[in-house]
Design a protein around this ligand. Sequence first.
Ligand SMILES: [Fe+2]
Length: 191
Amino acid sequence: MYPEARTADLVRDVLPEVDEISRKDLHDSVLEVWVRAWRSSAWQRLSDVPKSVDLPRRRTLAVHTRAVARMSAQMADTVAELHEVPVDRDAVLAIALLHDVCKIHEFEPAPGGGGQWSQVGRRFQHGFLGAHWMLEAGLDDDLVHAVIAHTPHSSVVPQTQEAVIVHYADFADSDVQLLDAGQRLFCKRRP
Ligand SMILES: [Fe+2]
């Protein structure tokens, strides 16, 4: 598929949770970042990008991103209702949907199918590229911070409720998949 054919509508097909973002400017910016990342990547099909090169091939970045978006939105609703802690639900969705967009470049198609680490993936800290594209798209610092802080590789800890929620939703979904694959859980790793 030519890069020009990699459109926002195709991203919405793969990540339908994008349409849960109610603020149009934020909704469109999330799609803009995904399209920008996809068009400049080696991946023809967005749904082929792996969640991790160590997990079974059926564990994809798209489904992980969808799961983190749903979990994060549900966590935001729960803490807002039961703890009366204000959480920006649209921001939570945007952070969740963008937290791993950098993997489109950190991984590249492997010769035998599936994915492998790219040179960019080996050289840039996880999260950096997504944050860079978010700044280019004009997204605000709170959202960029949350993407930078979501990973245990970051020296920055989450400093907003939205960043905390996505951080743990990502860990939860990742550990569910790691446990299923018989691998070491994130919660048992130390940076
Ligand atoms: Fe993730």
